[in-house]
Each structure stands twice: as C-alpha cells, then as structure tokens.
Design a protein around this ligand. Structure first.
Ligand code: ZN
Ligand code: ZN
Length: 415
C-alpha cells in the first residue's frame, strides 16, 4: 500500500471514529486508576477490543492486556501503551475532570491507551482486508508510574517473539501535529543507594583505639561522588547526590552505625550498567582505609530509554507519510525515567514524543501536574502515527522481496 493510500484510509477511519475515541479518553480520564489497580480501565479496553473481533488476554494480576492482530509468517511488531494514573488531584475545571479524589491522569496515559485502542481498530480492519503483512501485538501495560509494569509484561512473555516495539508519550511542549524523535538515549536512569557503615564505636577521646565512624562516613559522602566523576565518562552525566545522612546521638561518643541515602542519575546506558559495581568497590576502599565496615544496598530504578536508529527512522518515515512533511522535530534527552526502557534492553524499538500542545496554548502545561491536559486532536494524530509505524515496520521486516509492495515511496510523490 502506498503512503498516499494509507493516509486516505486513515482519514476515512478517523472520520468515523475520532469522536468516539475522544469520548473513550474522557471516560478513562474521569475514572483514573493507580498502578496495578487498573481493573476498570482493563475491562473497558477489553470490551473495545472484543467488539472489534479481537481476542485480548488479561494479565494474571487482572490489570493490563495483550492482544494480537493478524496471523501468518511475517514479522511481529509490538505497540505499547501504559494505562495507569497518578496519585495527584485533578485541578482542571473541565466536564471530564477526574471523579476520583487524589487520582488523576496527569501523565497522559489515558491518551496513550485511547490511541492504541484506535490503532487496534484500524489495524484490525487492515487485517480483515488481508492488508496486514505480519502480526501486531498490542501491549496495554499496567503500572508505568510505579514502576514495575514493564517487568511484569516481560515476565508474562509480552515481548517474546517481537521483532520490534514502539511506544509514545504525550509531550505538552510540542505542538499538536508534530512528533519529537531522537536516536539513542531519550530518557534517563535513576537508582537509589543506601549505605550502612558500622564499627565498634567508643569514646571521642580515643578515636585511634576504635574506628572513627562519623569521620569515615563523611569521607564516604564526599569521596564517592568525587571518585565517580573521575572513573566514569563525564559525558554520561552520572551523578550521586545524597539526600539523607544519619549517625550518632551524643557529642562525645563515636557511634557504631551510620547511614547515607541518595540517588544515582545517569544519561548513559553503559555507565548505568557499570555504576553498582563501581560504587561498591569505591565504598569498600574508602571504608577500609578508616577501619569501618560498609554495606551497599543498590536499588535499580529504570535504565534510560535508548532508541534504536532504524526504528527511529521508521517512526520518522511513518510520521512524514501520515502527518505530513515537517511533522518530525528533534527532541532532547530528558532527566525523567520511563519503564519502556526495559523493553529496549532486549529488543530494538523506539519511543516517540507526540505533540499535544494546542494552538493558542501558552505551553506552560507539564506532565505530573494537576492542571495537565491535551489538545484532543492529538488522539487522531497518535492513531495515524502508531498505525503507520506498525505497517512500515511490518513491510520493512519482510526483507527485500517485499520491496515492491512497501508503503515506502519516494518523497517527491508526497509533495
Ligand atoms: Zn508519568
Ligand atoms: Zn507517563
């Protein structure tokens, strides 16, 4: 199918369905649910998919679903939406305001969910017409905000057998109709570090006869970040910053235990993988110099989302074909975390930033704020993008023999 035909078919599909999709998003928005409690949301998605003649499979915990469209030997492409809301009060005065006190879809996951339901409708229609050259697996992932949902999806075999996966996120800084893309890392890693230092304790008059634990802890607090900055490539922007320190109870007693807690943030995947072992080795060496014992509790958050270059190219081609030339803009790596990163540790794929800022909007909206909202025409744009990228990846994944039927067409034809 040529790009022009695809645009026409998507336009016709959305002329029929856009209003209904907006209503679906508003229903989800009015009934937000927190991570791993998305029972109503899961039921609503399931009803929609079943009505399309599809066969959704609900994850064992009862929240989140998988659903495959198409059959046959072609590649299998994953499309992922996250479905959970945030523990924030909805501060908007709109008819579709959250009806649940203290919970709000302030990260736009209601929008991502609706877009994937819309894309499911279009792709199911394509499959029924014999136009789907492979399979598309829809992943409605619970608990992105926790996080933990992506790992649950993977534990249930959600990405097993996928050749490639795509996802998107609302971006209130990008105008509606545009898509922010970037190859390589696009979000950041954030982990938690807890250190426990212990020694025999004693009188402050005789530090040489014991281990001066507070002094050693102070050295650890300053030496660890300093040594890391010399042991890890500065371009990774790895930072260890302490947020909590605790030791001792009297001015003249050396305590026998002390604690430090902080976060490790990092832009680079290699540095993120290296960080725990390096921090452990540095900690042992500083603690050993002062005769104290030190234990490290390192809790992984999420790695950075690292976009695969070929997948970004597919998103870019898809966007230009169905959203128009000039719809692709470059985007920056953010310091936020996103658990889509776990999928990209195993399979290639890419994550896009969908413009949701309306014309005339001052652009001050941000996600994770009670005032966050979108220009709802972004829903149709998201359906166009997700449908087109799935088809693009399916055709490309079929290899050189499929070239003749590919939706890839020369740019000149589009102008
Ligand atoms: Zn969020
Ligand atoms: Zn989010």
């Amino acid at each position: 199918m040529l790009g022009r035909e695809l645009r026409g078919e998507l336009d016709a599909f959305l002329a029929e369905t856009e209003q209904d999709l907006v209503a679906f998003r508003r229903d989800l928005h009015m009934h937000p649910e927190l991570a791993f409690a998305e029972y109503r949301t899961t039921a609503r998605i399931g009803e929609r998919l079943s009505a399309m003649g599809l066969h959704p499979w609900v994850l064992p915990r009862g929240t989140g679903l998988f659903c495959e469209i198409g059959s046959g030997d072609g590649p299998t492409i994953g499309l992922r939406a996250d479905i959970d809301a945030l523990a924030l009060s909805d501060e908007k005065s709109v008819p579709y305001r959250s009806t649940v006190p203290g919970i709000c879809h302030a990260c736009g996951h209601d929008v991502h969910t609706t877009i994937l339901v819309g894309a499911a409708g279009f792709l199911a229609r394509q499959a029924a017409q014999g136009q789907l050259p492979g399979r598309v697996r829809l992943i409605f992932q619970p608990a992105e905000e926790m996080p933990g949902g992506a790992l649950e999806v993977m534990a249930q075999g959600g990405i097993t057998g996928l050749d490639r996966i795509f996802g998107l996120h609302c971006d209130p800084r990008v105008p509606v109709g545009q898509v922010g893309l970037k190859a390589g890392p696009i979000t950041s890693a954030c982990d938690k570090v807890v250190i426990k230092v212990s020694g025999p304790g004693g009188h402050t008059a005789r530090p040489h006869l014991t281990a001066d634990l507070v002094f050693a802890l102070a050295k650890i607090l300053t030496e660890l970040p300093a040594a890391l900055s010399r042991r890890i490539d500065p371009r990774s922007s790895l930072s260890l910053v302490w947020g909590k320190v605790q030791a001792g109870s009297a001015a003249n007693a050396i305590p026998d235990v002390g604690y430090a807690e902080g976060t490790v943030r990092c832009l680079d995947e290699n540095a993120w993988h290296a960080a725990p072992d390096l921090i452990k080795a540095l900690l042992e060496s500083v603690a050993g110099a002062y005769g104290v014992e030190a234990a490290l509790d390192y809790t992984r958050g999420v790695p950075p989302v690292v976009n695969d270059e070929a997948s970004v190219e597919m998103l870019s081609q898809a966007a230009e074909r169905v959203l128009g030339l000039g719809s692709v803009v470059s985007t920056q790596q953010s310091l936020g975390g996103e658990d889509f990163a776990w999928y990209l540790e195993s399979i290639p794929g890419a994550f896009a930033r969908l413009g949701t800022r309306g014309t005339g909007s001052d652009g001050d909206f941000d996600i994770h704020q009670g005032t966050f909202d979108i220009d709802e025409s972004a829903i149709a744009q998201g359906v166009r993008l997700m449908s087109a990228v799935a088809l693009t990846a399916l055709w490309e994944g079929r290899g050189p023999d499929a070239e003749q039927e590919s939706i890839i067409e020369p740019m000149a034809e589009l102008i």
